[in-house]
Ligand binder design. Sequence first.
Ligand SMILES: NC(=O)c1ccc[n+]([C@@H]2O[C@H](COP(=O)([O-])OP(=O)(O)OC[C@H]3O[C@@H](n4cnc5c(N)ncnc54)[C@H](O)[C@@H]3O)[C@@H](O)[C@H]2O)c1
Length: 352
Amino acid sequence: MTELTVHTGHPYRIRIEAGCLKRAGELAAREFPAGARAVLVCDSHVRPLYAQPAADSLRRAGFRVSVFEFPAGEAHKTLATVSTIYGAFARAGLTRSDFAVALGGGVTGDTAGFAAATWMRGIRFAQIPTSLLAQIDSSIGGKTGVDLPQGKNLVGAFHQPSLVLIDPDTLKTLPAHFFSDGMGEAVKHGCIKSRPLFDRIARGGVRAGLEGFIAENLKIKRAAVERDEFDNGERMLLNFGHTFGHALEALHGYRGLSHGEAVGVGMVMMAKCGEKAGLTQPGTADEIAGALQKYGLPVWDEAQPAQLVRAALLDKKARGGVVNLVMLRKIGESFLYPADEKRLSGLAEALR
Ligand SMILES: NC(=O)c1ccc[n+]([C@@H]2O[C@H](COP(=O)([O-])OP(=O)(O)OC[C@H]3O[C@@H](n4cnc5c(N)ncnc54)[C@H](O)[C@@H]3O)[C@@H](O)[C@H]2O)c1
């Protein structure tokens, strides 16, 4: 068992332990008022697998629990789904002394977290992440939100969870493709902050020792979140690979490439740009590509530099025509490198 505390405005605990899903009730009882109402939100894939053991445990601890299911998939990370979750909160009579539980992947965490952030101007919530991406990344840090037809994650709020329960056993049922997707984020963590983590990933075999692996990843995310809860500086380093990654997702119409795949390609591309500009140690892009390939992730895309630059400048992370690029000095060392259109176009020439 590993326990970590995240020291944000409202500090909260993360518990990583095989089997802790079935003990959600006793663990939640340390954080939430006795007898509180709870709405457990999950998607249609996760509900039949894990809603019952989690809800039963919460009920045994004396909470009054309702389960709400929405259809699985990024296509349902919308305001329409948030509205149906509000309906469930209203039917359950959730007040500000009650709480929500997001049980599932990043889509569930972001959507249910946003509903909790805005219901009655904010109620508390617990995260029980069940995908690798959610366990190593999205369940901590308090970014919640949904997509609009105009773009991903355009509506949202910072709202930290009150408790995060991570049961690595749930990854046994996660489809391989989504496990690989999460590995893309893990490679990113190694790239920006930890050569040892990167080497561990590149050697393969992270499934043996998942608890420690998840904790190593979360420590990197936690450090960035604690230093910069509202994403104005250090936390931006977590966006390594996202400038071209988001651009690629948009260019593929959010269908051809998953988020993890796009970020993986984006990391290789950015390292290539850095190498060409003399900012990044030569050979870094190839090393990243090698680690990604180990998990079946793609490492290149045929998009043209001009298309990538245009899409990157439209992304919401661009501020006033300037994008804060995340570059590597070498694996394990990252820095922010502000670039306007001219500088970004110059760097992107390396991708021809
Ligand atoms: N808030 C943040 O800081 C943050 C960070 C990174 C990504 N995200 C968001 O996370 C989302 C992606 O997360 P994701 O990859 O977890 O997607 P997801 O929630 O759609 O989960 C992937 C798929 O796996 C299924 N699933 C989840 N756990 C399972 C399990 N244990 N067994 C079987 N099936 C399971 C889900 O039903 C879904 O079909 C994106 O919307 C992205 O924007 C948020």
